[in-house]
Design a protein. Structure first.
Length: 131
């Protein structure tokens, strides 16, 4: 890596250099090493900050998207008088949506209504498993 090359340059300057002032050459090499370390650290800090910001942003978005489902979970817990998980809340919501899609599209073709009835049956059986 560049750091190893700078170390090699420093060693060569101290032990093998015959022209110029050794102290000035050592100073220049140390300055290059410090500059390399500074740039590397700056890149790492920026990358870490960027990842943290993205993770926090993702967590906030997920929390915002799940907040209505959490509210429904609390409502269903009051109605059923038992603790429910988010998955169980999803199944209850699925059953309600299946019921609405089975009852309300009166002018829908027979095949569509049959699929909605099968969906409702499946959703009710899934709800029966956990309730």
């Amino acid at each position: 890596s560049n750091y190893v090359n700078l170390q090699h340059q420093l060693t060569k300057t101290i032990y093998g250099g015959k022209t110029g002032s050794i102290s000035l050459r050592i100073f220049a090499v140390i300055k290059n090493i410090n500059l390399y370390i500074y740039r590397t650290m700056e890149k790492n800090i920026m990358i870490q900050a960027e990842k943290t910001t993205q993770n926090e942003f993702t967590k906030k978005i997920v929390h915002q998207l799940l907040s209505p489902l959490a509210w429904l979970r609390q409502y269903y817990e009051q109605v059923t008088e038992r603790k429910l998980s988010l998955q169980e809340t999803g199944w209850l919501l699925n059953a309600q949506l299946a019921f609405v899609m089975t009852v309300f599209p009166i002018e829908a073709p027979f095949a569509t209504r049959l699929l909605c009835c099968l969906w409702l049956l499946h959703a009710v059986l899934k709800c029966k498993q956990f309730l």
